[in-house]
Design a binder for this molecule. Structure first.
Ligand code: LLP
Length: 445
């Protein structure tokens, strides 16, 4: 196993072995998500080395594959879950309640019902509430367990406005009300254990000042809460550590983030908790996709691939840059000419492009392309628009390769509709919380 301290802090798309990736797509078909668990572990160890004093939780939403949850648990991570479904996955991956934080964002009743039921068997579970009425709704269900309060410190950061949370009204109780809300919760018998906030996602080196201000505000609040409400077990400053998507982008200055965080929390008598997602998995994953058409358009060449915005939505949703490499071209003996190309998916929307006019080696029909940094928020945000089944996922570790999730079929996509027509009872409102107890969701490896 690689020594994580020595692992490079960036793994570029060019570092993947083209022949191995080509074999995977030959064996498992296209499009295909590939995840390298060894790299996930390296990323964890590097981050843990920068934050030796912190409790590290993995934000499951970045990549909820059971193999990822198991690997990160083995490394020592807890799991931060955004829904009852994610908590179910965490427990199925072997986590105990004490390793799980459930962050309730406008939680559906069905989620809260399931969480409170589950808490009976896992009393060490932590629930993070972001509004007073979420606390009321927990109390209504008889919950008086471990409670953390998500606050809104009024400062955000992140790679796109859609992922900047620290100042967005949607998230958390305004920090200036935190003491009152926590006093009230403590009076009502909740076990108040922490405060939480998440600045946003994809914080880069040029946003470190905002991140510093964010952790400073959390430090000040933690001191105030400790004095006025009582001791806190932890202060959770969320995730958001960015990774370089552009080929020439420098990695995040982790030491400087860690140093600023330590300074901000200085004398607070509570443990520091962080909950990154992207940092662990982004560069551990690639998306492989076959080229079906190559068309000379008026001003560019359009390369039509079989993955689309339904497979990887980040370029369409956030104008996110992902590196693209032609594996077949790299394996060819002949040098290919570099020409501007637009790589587009099969979805009937003009936004369904992975890049526009990018200088790439000339593509031919039948080539396989690799799209880099696809391990975070790739499969997790995939959907079935245009009745497109979601792709398969394989994981590799120590030379071992296995299918982690099979490719969906059109039959799978249309099944809920056929079952509704068959008069199935499962979608009627019952007490069984069908959305989280469906057995489809229980297979995690
Ligand atoms: N904690 C909380 C409460 C969060 O909401 C998130 C991400 C994280 C931790 C982990 O953030 P990370 O370390 O992964 O940046 N789909 C977007 C990212 C959305 C992030 C949502 N929350 C993307 O593809 O860029």
């Amino acid at each position: 196993m690689t020594d994580a301290g020595a692992s490079p802090s960036v793994r570029r798309l060019s570092a993947w072995d083209a022949a191995e990736l080509q074999t995977l797509v030959d064996d498992y078909g296209s499009p295909l998500y590939v995840l390298d668990l060894e790299r996930v572990r390296q990323n964890y160890r590097r981050l843990a080395a920068a934050f030796p004093e912190a409790d590290i939780l993995y934000a499951v939403k970045a990549n909820a594959l059971g193999a990822v949850l198991s690997a990160l648990r083995e490394e020592g991570a807890g799991l931060e879950c955004a829904s009852a479904g994610e908590v179910q996955r965490a427990l199925a991956a072997g986590a105990s309640g004490s390793e799980v934080h459930y962050t309730a964002v406008n939680p559906p009743a069905r989620d809260l019902d399931w969480i409170v039921d589950t808490w009976a068997d896992h009393p060490e579970l932590t629930v993070t509430a972001g509004s007073e009425d979420t606390i009321d709704r927990l109390a209504d269900r008889g919950y008086d367990g471990r409670l953390c309060l998500r606050v809104n410190p009024g400062i955000g950061a992140g790679h796109h406005e859609k992922v900047q949370t620290g100042a967005a009204a949607k998230f958390g109780v305004p920090a200036e009300r935190a003491v009152d809300v926590l006093e009230d919760a403590a009076d009502r018998g909740f076990d108040v254990v922490g405060i939480h906030s998440h600045v946003g996602s994809g914080v880069s080196n040029d946003q470190l000042d905002a991140h510093r201000e964010f952790v400073a505000r959390m430090g000040d609040l933690a001191r105030e809460v400790s004095e006025e409400v009582g001791d806190l077990e932890f202060v959770d400053v969320g995730g958001g550590f960015g990774v370089p998507y552009h080929e020439d982008e420098a990695p995040l200055d982790l030491e400087s983030v860690a140093e600023a965080t330590r300074e901000a929390l200085g004398e607070v008598d509570a443990r520091l908790a962080i909950e990154p997602g992207r940092y662990f998995v982004a560069d551990a994953g690639v998306l492989l996709t076959d080229v079906n058409t190559v068309k000379a358009a008026r001003d560019t060449t359009v390369v039509g691939v079989d993955a689309g915005m339904t497979t990887l939505i980040r370029p369409a949703m956030y104008d996110a840059y992902h590196p693209i490499r032609n594996l077949t071209g790299d394996l060819d003996a002949d040098e290919r000419e570099i020409v501007p190309q637009t790589v587009a998916g099969p979805i009937c929307e003009s936004g369904d492009v992975f890049c526009a006019d990018r200088e790439l080696p000339a593509t031919e029909r039948g080539d396989t392309l690799a799209i880099g940094n696809a391990g975070a928020y790739g499969y997790e945000m995939a959907n079935q628009y245009n009745s497109r089944p979601r792709p398969a996922s394989v994981v590799c570790e120590d030379g071992d390769i296995r299918l982690a999730r099979r490719r969906e079929t059109v039959d799978y996509v249309t099944r809920p509709e056929r079952e509704a027509h068959n008069g199935s009872e499962t979608d009627r409102k019952t007490d069984d919380h069908p959305a989280v107890s469906d057995t489809d969701n229980q297979r995690v490896r």
